[in-house]
Design a protein around this ligand. Structure first.
Ligand code: ADA
Length: 555
């Protein structure tokens, strides 16, 4: 399943989930592996960091233009169609597509060379406190599109004269050499509009609709109202293509020290959640996504942070449906200046931000875009790159605020750049210090260092515990200590009106790489700060969070 709703009624589309042929580079032993999936789930590839090739056949009944969309390949893909290279993509966490014109009816071959190796070619997937898996790890769709088809639709809601309005941008792509006239029709909640556009050969044109809507409800945490936005492309009087999006009417603004949703101040309370599950790797199944969501909602969250990369759209669809507000961020974790000076870094970040916003723009649940978790924001060169990425986000989307989670305490020189200032703080775990005093120091420094009069989020707080390790001494690594530290931290942060949100690190234990100077010191080669373990078995802190999020922070 690609999304939690049908995205086409007219366009021919087929999902390529299932068993693909696989072979590891340099070996001709044939395997069959599931897609989506990680090769690490197979006993022969538990720790395999290398290259492999996935292959499958597809049958086309009538000829046409083929469009392949990969929602995620970890971490680099080279895609071949009948032996011709049609796509190259870096980054496991963003989708990419490729079109092949005038394909004949009959059987065809798709081959995907996948690479999850580390090295200079990979500036973002590096040895880290999460695992870079290998495989076609998110769903794949196969479509037949007309010469002129709908590339994407972006919906930007806003309030005007007390009524919900929206700008709808429909990007249409013309694969043919000829100029084509097309009619674009949009319908939402009984409202219908249409317009005619002319698309020159081999180009794209954007049709823009400005609409006022009657009888629609706002999207909110308490009442996440969603609407289907149907876009149809009419060519020569025939309905030739369509795209269905699901949207919500809501606005997000930053005013002074608060974040406002639909004009009301919000307090974000939730978890940092890695896409990692014991038996799935990063190819988290829908069932396990739903289980994660059910457990987080059982703990009374209203938000989630997609640490540290764009998430699977099915999870974002779940957040839309459940009213869970999302901090989605580009792919980066803990990169020092030397890492950011990798010659591939800036392009790989730029591509990730563009693909994240282009593909996830319509999710009402996404209320903030984040960048560069704990990267080199204490350096002038780092500042240049932070500013470049914030500017890129604003050039694509002015409807959402920006932020970045810093750990450059007292040295960060980028706090003036984002709309919201966020900091990661592990008082009581990495530093035995009074939580409230350390919090006061941090906020006073933030206010003097460019972050004055901005909303502040504690983007990480937490402690580790080994599941099942109970100790009446409440010593470090016991479940008791983790519960105590999370309680003590939340007591401070959720009772400080200078703070507008908290994200606990982290929802579930996750696998980390054995490579890297210190990750190997992680017990079990896992980051053990989850309030549930990688099998989603709750630790004592689960009930602590459930109680604290019920007690504080509003609905
Ligand atoms: C950092 C980082 C997280 C995780 C955490 C920890 O704040 O942002 O990804 O590594 O520390 O567990 O230490």
């Amino acid at each position: 399943m690609i999304r939690l709703f049908d995205t086409h009624y007219i366009r021919q589309t087929q999902e390529l989930d299932g068993m693909w042929d696989f072979c590891m580079e340099g070996f001709d032993k044939p395997y069959k592996l599931p897609v989506p999936g990680c090769w690490e789930q197979h006993p022969d590839f538990l720790q395999y960091r290398g290259k492999g090739t996935y292959t499958r056949k597809v049958y086309i009944k009538n000829g046409g233009n083929v469009r392949l969309e990969f929602k995620g390949v970890s971490h680099t893909a080279d895609v071949y169609f009948d032996g011709e290279k049609i796509a190259h993509h870096y980054n496991a966490f963003t989708p990419f597509s490729a079109a092949v014109k005038n394909v004949a009816a009959g059987e065809h071959e798709i081959k995907v060379h996948v690479d999850n190796t580390f090295g200079e070619h990979s500036a973002l997937h590096i040895p880290n406190d999460y695992y870079t898996y290998g495989g076609i790890t998110r769903p794949v769709s196969f479509e037949i599109v007309p010469d002129v088809y709908i590339k994407n639709v972006h919906f930007t809601p806003y309030m005007a004269n007390g009524k919900w309005n929206a700008m709808t941008e429909v990007r249409v792509c013309n694969l043919s050499d000829e100029t084509v006239n097309a009619e674009v029709r949009i319908t939402l909640a009984g409202h219908a509009e249409s317009g005619v556009i002319q698309i020159p050969g081999c180009s794209e044109v954007c049709a823009v609709f400005e609409s006022e809507f009657e009888n629609v409800k706002a999207w909110s945490h308490e009442d996440p109202a969603l609407y289907m936005l149907n876009t149809v492309l009419v060519l020569n009087g025939e309905e030739a293509d369509d795209l269905i999006e699901r949207v919500g009417f809501r606005t997000v603004e930053v005013r002074d020290t608060k974040i406002y949703l639909n004009g009301a101040p919000i307090y974000l309370k939730g978890f940092n959640r890695h896409e990692d599950y014991a038996v799935d790797g990063c190819a988290v199944s829908l069932q396990h996504m739903v289980q994660d969501m059910d457990m987080m909602q059982d703990m009374n969250v209203n938000a989630v942070r997609t640490c540290h990369y764009p998430n699977d759209e099915r999870f974002l669809d779940l957040c839309d449906e459940r009213g869970i507000m999302v901090w989605e961020e580009n792919h980066a974790r803990g990169l020092v200046l030397e890492d950011m000076q990798n010659p591939n870094f800036e392009k790989q970040c730029e591509d990730c931000i563009r693909e994240m916003i282009e593909n996830h723009y319509n999710h009402p649940s996404i209320v903030i875009w984040g960048i560069l978790n704990e990267c080199a924001s204490e350096t002038e060169e780092g500042r240049r790159m932070y500013k470049k990425q914030y500017d890129q986000i604003k050039s694509m989307d002015t409807s959402r605020p920006t932020t970045s989670a810093t750990c450059r305490h007292f040295t960060d020189i980028c706090l003036d750049l984002p709309d919201v200032v966020s900091f990661n703080m592990y008082s009581g775990w990495y530093k035995d210090c009074p939580i409230d005093e350390r919090n006061d120091q941090e906020i006073e420094w933030i206010k003097k260092s460019g972050g004055d009069n901005k909303p502040i989020i504690v983007s990480e707080l937490g402690a580790a515990a080994i599941y099942g390790y109970r100790d009446r001494s409440r010593c470090k690594w016991s479940e008791e200590r983790q519960a105590d530290l999370i309680r003590d931290n939340l007591e401070v942060y959720m009772n400080d009106d200078r703070i507008t949100g908290v994200f606990i690190w982290q929802f579930a234990d996750c696998r980390v790489t054995e490579e890297g100077e210190w990750f190997a010191t992680r017990a079990r080669c896992h980051n053990n700060k989850g309030v549930v373990d990688e099998y989603r078995r709750p630790k004592m802190a689960y009930d602590t969070v459930k109680e604290m999020f019920k007690k504080y922070g509003g609905a």
